[in-house]
Ligand binder design. Structure first.
Ligand SMILES: [Fe+2]
Length: 226
């Protein structure tokens, strides 16, 4: 019997045919390749909490059920589960409720890797955040997809999602991270973490976990317990 780690188990549970997936060609799938004028840790922070979603990602928030967002911490990785609102027409892009991914699932692996399935046409992606300078980070994404399209409309839905990913959600996150970076040049105080065990739509516990891991690896004094 083959033995899987917890992460492998979760990946295959989310996407059983992942081993048969092929890489998407340029122009399809996700186009989240960009350079952001922010420190890499700001970009990871942004990926680890959805507190900003309701205000910064209004179209995304219309597509999903933020109130059902769950974020679970594991050794050196975190798992995000976010079901969609089951609206084929929503403010982000059309979804085929018979063929598409209906639950967003993401994994962050310490330090700079993000894996996941985005709502919509069947997909899986791997993103990497590489520091270029103290205030400059490159994000490169490899999109994966099934060898065969699930239905005749999949290509058009994928095209619409790609446009939205590049022009809306990635642009929103990039602007947000660059704003935080600009703020750090003027004044920075650590502030409080928002952690709520019952409301993961606003909770920053995964971000706090990242900071704890980072501090321990960098031999920096741990933050006070919460
Ligand atoms: Fe975001």
């Amino acid at each position: 019997m083959q033995k899987f780690s917890r992460l492998e188990f979760q990946l295959l549970r989310a996407c059983p045919d992942l081993p048969q997936y092929v890489t998407g060609a340029g122009g399809d799938g996700f186009t989240a390749n960009y350079v952001c004028n922010a420190n890499w840790k700001i970009m990871i922070d942004n990926a680890l909490e959805c507190y900003h979603c309701q205000t910064a990602h209004r179209e995304f928030s219309d597509m999903v059920r933020l109130e059902d967002h769950k974020v679970t911490l594991y050794k050196n990785f975190t798992y995000f589960n976010l079901p969609i609102a089951m609206k084929s027409e929503n403010k982000a892009y059309p979804i085929d409720l018979d063929h598409d991914v209906l639950t967003a699932e993401f994994w962050w692996i310490f330090q700079n890797i993000l894996l996941g399935r985005f709502p919509g046409v069947q997909n899986f992606y791997v993103s990497r955040f590489d520091p270029l300078e103290v205030d400059k980070t490159s994000r490169v994404t490899v999109p994966l997809k099934p060898r065969e399209a699930t239905d005749a409309g999949a290509a058009e839905r994928e095209r619409l999602r790609s446009i939205w990913t590049a022009n809306v959600v990635s642009a929103e996150d990039q602007a947000l991270c660059e704003n935080v970076q600009r703020g750090m040049r003027t004044a920075f105080s650590h502030g409080w973490y928002v952690t709520d065990p019952n409301d993961h739509a606003i909770s920053e516990h995964a971000m706090r976990y990242f900071h704890d891991l980072y501090r321990s690896r960098m031999d920096i004094e741990p933050l006070a317990a919460i």
